[in-house]
Design a protein around this ligand. Structure first.
Ligand code: GLC
Length: 422
């Protein structure tokens, strides 16, 4: 039997077995894969699932940016279209998209109990489980080990120290002829990524979480203003002006190209930065994001879940796909190949996962202390809130406003969005 015939035979036998087990006949699922570094793995996993189940997949390329992706998904779901059977859901979206997502409860067979309970709790909408976690996320500070050693600088632990070390090394490297060298890169495009970065700055300065757990708008305070002013002072000095348009990939390209001392990014950048073709392979260190003046660390909780559209014509098959890509095996591969943080606790002790990502041993503590964006309390209105917050931060970073003025403007806008209550 040649390979195609063998695969066909296996697939038919499997379909028959699955049919007997009560699963639907062969179906084609429309599956989104984001542009950027994770596309290949997304496509490969989808194809493997299709082959193992006797179904087929149609890969739909969707934007990398969380904000652009949300706009697309709202459009598709808003028109009750089956253009996508499954969706990858950012940790801040269950309250926004929940009404369009299928209840996965009947299909999981208890699989949700394998994951961190807090992540599962976040995936409930009106008492239903509407998504299963694929990976979690918490940012770290990447630094150039070789450059810190060369200039005899310790790994910085506060934003102030990081600023000074970045200035010093950037200047010395430029004096030595590396004129494209920068001190620090991060995400400052006007989108969800900037909300994550700016929340970390203000929270680590003791300025709180924009809106507190009771729904009170707390963002307009001197600590938050000071944090934004410090970040504003970076742009044009230790950070290129271009940062105002960087997402995660924009920052990674500069750091991975060897042109930055420090970078704020999510764990996915580790595997790529140490890839065979990376100019900084073996030269990267990782440490928690720096602390504010009173010794507080902060790291925004991120992460992605898989969900099934309520408008899918193949909900049961789509639920099987979602369980497949969130399973322990799939998460283990995601951790090893793509540097993603698992949501299954046992994988933090898995020797192969730790070999690929030695620093994961410390990431559980970072995750446990991470700060959530105010998405639960603002529910459906979260994206409007975030949009105003990232614009307020962008105004300061682009030199158009002081931290204090921008936050006072933001407070009025948030009050209008809230109306009588969230
Ligand atoms: C990462 C995080 C996600 C966040 C996004 C912002 O993908 O996992 O939660 O919203 O970055 O760019």
């Amino acid at each position: 039997m040649n390979k195609t015939a063998k695969t066909l035979f296996a697939t038919t036998a499997l379909s028959a077995a699955l049919g007997a087990a009560g699963l639907a006949q062969a179906a084609t699922l429309n599956i989104p894969c984001s542009t950027g570094s994770g596309f290949a793995s997304c496509e490969q996993t989808a194809q493997e699932w299709a082959e193992s189940r006797g179904h087929s997949v149609n890969i739909v390329t969707v934007p990398f940016s969380s904000s652009e992706k949300l706009a697309l998904y709202q459009q598709i779901l808003g028109s009750q279209s089956a253009d996508l059977d499954v969706l990858d859901v950012d940790v801040v979206w269950p309250g926004i998209l929940g009404a369009h997502l299928a209840d996965l409860g009947p299909y999981t067979n208890g699989a949700e109990n394998d994951h961190f309970a807090s992540v599962i709790a976040n995936n409930q909408y009106n008492g239903k489980l509407v998504a299963i976690p694929q990976y979690t996320d918490a940012p770290v500070l990447y630094y150039r080990k070789d450059l810190l050693e060369k200039y005899n600088e310790p790994v910085p632990t506060t934003w102030q120290q990081m600023t000074e070390t970045a200035e010093r090394i950037q200047k010395a490297e430029r004096d030595a002829g590396h004129d494209r060298m920068w001190g620090f890169v991060f995400q400052a495009k006007a989108y969800e990524g900037l909300t994550c970065d700016a929340l970390e700055w203000i929270d680590s300065f003791g300025g709180g979480t924009i809106i507190d757990a009771d729904g009170k708008i707390t963002v307009n305070n001197p600590q938050s203003a000071a944090a934004l002013d410090l970040a504003g002072s970076w742009v044009g000095n230790i950070t290129p002006q271009g940062v105002l348009n960087y997402d995660e990939e924009g920052a990674r390209r500069v750091f991975q190209g060897g042109d930055a001392v420090f970078m704020r990014n999510w764990p996915y950048a580790w595997a790529l930065g140490n890839g065979e073709d990376s100019p900084v392979k073996g030269k990267i260190g990782i440490t928690p994001l720096p602390m504010g003046p009173d010794g507080k660390h902060s790291a925004t909780l991120g992460g992605w879940q898989m969900a099934v559209s309520k408008y899918s014509e193949n909900i049961e098959v789509a639920a099987d796909y979602v369980l497949y890509v969130s399973s322990k095996d799939a998460q283990k591969r995601g951790a090893i190949v793509d540097g993603r943080l698992p949501t299954i606790p046992a994988l933090y002790e898995d020797p192969e996962v730790l070999e690929a990502n030695p620093y994961f041993a410390n990431m559980r503590a970072v995750l446990e202390n991470s700060v959530a964006r105010p998405s639960s309390v603002t529910g459906e209105k979260y994206n409007q809130v975030s949009n105003e917050f990232w614009n307020a931060a962008h105004r300061v970073l682009s030199g158009k406003s002081s931290g204090a003025d921008s936050l006072s403007q933001l407070e009025s806008k948030l009050k209008r969005i809230r109306g009588r209550r969230w």
